[in-house]
Design a binder for this molecule. Structure first.
Ligand SMILES: NCc1[nH]cc(CCC(=O)O)c1CC(=O)O
Length: 310
C-alpha cells in the first residue's frame, strides 16, 4: 500500500508509546505511517475529576472529529479508555495483543504491602479502584490523584501519597516496573474492561481494503475475543470509565471463554459479580448476559445510587 497511514493520538507519554507501538506493528507489515498529536478535553481539564467532566468521550471526541474529516486515518487509544458505545459512524477495527492485565501498587518506599494491615495513603482517581480498596483493604486511606502517569509519579515523589494504584500495563510501558511493590490479585482486584490492550478506532467510511491491511498488522485475535466480551458487558451496563465496574474475560482452551464482570458499591460495602463460560464465538452474548445478571441482582439499584451520589 502506497498510502501513509495517519495515526492520531493524544500527546501524553503513554499515548505516544501506544502510537509508536502501533506504528511499529504497521511497519512490520510494510505499512508506512505518521503520528499526529491531538489534544483532548481530558488532557486540558486537569482540575476536576473525570466523573465530573462527564464520562462521554473526554479522551476521544477531538480524535473522532479528525477521523471524520480525514485529518487522521486511525485513532489509537488505551482500550480501557474507550466508551462502550461509540458515537455513530465509528468502529474499532483492531486490538493489540494484551499484556498483563492486573493492577499494581507503585511506591518509592520499602515495605508497602496492603496485606500487612498498616495504614497507608494511596493515590488514585479511579472510582473502581477507590471502591475496591474500601472493600478489600478498609485500613487504606485514599487520596484523589489525577493526571497522566508522569504527573502521578511526581506527586508520589513529592510525598502526596505513600503509593499509587496503577494498571501494570501503563507502568510497564513507562518503565516504572522497578517501583512495583505489589501485584494485586485478579480475583479481587478485577481490572476495568479492556485494560492492557490498545484499540484502533476508525471512521466507518475508511476504505475496506485499508481496514483489512491494518487489522492484519495490528489485531490479536485472542485479545479481540476477550475484549469483545468485556466491552459488551460494559455496553449492557451502559457504563463508561466513571462507574465502579470491572470485567475480565479469559480464553479457556482453544474454543471457550469465561467472563467475570461486576460492580462495587462506592463505599466498598458490596461487590456484585458473576462469571459465565461458553464458546468464544459467543463472546459478546456472554458479556451481555453477565451484565444482565448483574443488573437483575442488585446492579440496577447500585447504579442508580451511584448516579445520585455524583
Ligand atoms: N485511566 C488511565 C489509563 N488508561 C490506560 C492506562 C494504562 C494502560 C492500559 O490499561 O492499557 C491508564 C493508567 C492506569 O489506569 O493506571
Amino acid at each position: 500500500m502506497e498510502r501513509v497511514i495517519k495515526i492520531g493520538t493524544r500527546g501524553s507519554k503513554l499515548a505516544l508509546w501506544q502510537a509508536d507501538y502501533v506504528a511499529d506493528l504497521l511497519q512490520q507489515k510494510g505499512l508506512q505511517s505518521e503520528i499526529v498529536i491531538i489534544e483532548t478535553k481530558g488532557d486540558k481539564i486537569l482540575d476536576r475529576s473525570l466523573s465530573k467532566i462527564g464520562s462521554k468521550g473526554v479522551f476521544t471526541e477531538e480524535l473522532e472529529d479528525q477521523l471524520r474529516t480525514g485529518g487522521i486515518d486511525i485513532a489509537v487509544h488505551s482500550a480501557k479508555d474507550m466508551q462502550a458505545t461509540l458515537p455513530e459512524g465509528f468502529k474499532i477495527i483492531a486490538f493489540t495483543e494484551r499484556e498483563l492485565v492486573n493492577d499494581v501498587i507503585v511506591s518509592l518506599k520499602d515495605g508497602i504491602d496492603l496485606n500487612n494491615g498498616k495504614e497507608v495513603v494511596l493515590g488514585t482517581s479511579s472510582v473502581r479502584r477507590v471502591a475496591m480498596l474500601k472493600h478489600y483493604y478498609p485500613h487504606v486511606k485514599v487520596v484523589d490523584m489525577r493526571g497522566n502517569l508522569q504527573t502521578r509519579m511526581r506527586k508520589l515523589e513529592e510525598g502526596q501519597c505513600d503509593a499509587l494504584v496503577l494498571a501494570y500495563a501503563g507502568v510497564h510501558r513507562m518503565h516504572y516496573e522497578e517501583h512495583i511493590t505489589q501485584h494485586l490479585p485478579l480475583d479481587q482486584f478485577t481490572p476495568a474492561a479492556g485494560q492492557g490492550s490498545v484499540a484502533i478506532e476508525v471512521s466507518e467510511n475508511l476504505d475496506e481494503a485499508v481496514i483489512k491491511e491494518i487489522r492484519n498488522a495490528v489485531n490479536d485475535k485472542d485479545t479481540e475475543y476477550r475484549l469483545l466480551a468485556e466491552r459488551s458487558f460494559l455496553h449492557t451496563l451502559q457504563g463508561g470509565c466513571s462507574i465502579p465496574a470491572f470485567a475480565l474475560a479469559n480464553l479457556e482452551g482453544s474454543e471457550n471463554i469465561s467472563i467475570t464482570g461486576g460492580l462495587v458499591r462506592l463505599d466498598g460495602s458490596e461487590v456484585i459479580k458473576k462469571t459465565l463460560n461458553g464458546s468464544k464465538e459467543d463472546a459478546e452474548r456472554l458479556g451481555d448476559e453477565v451484565a444482565q445478571w448483574i443488573l437483575d441482582n442488585g446492579g440496577k439499584e447500585l447504579l442508580a445510587e451511584i448516579k445520585q451520589q455524583k
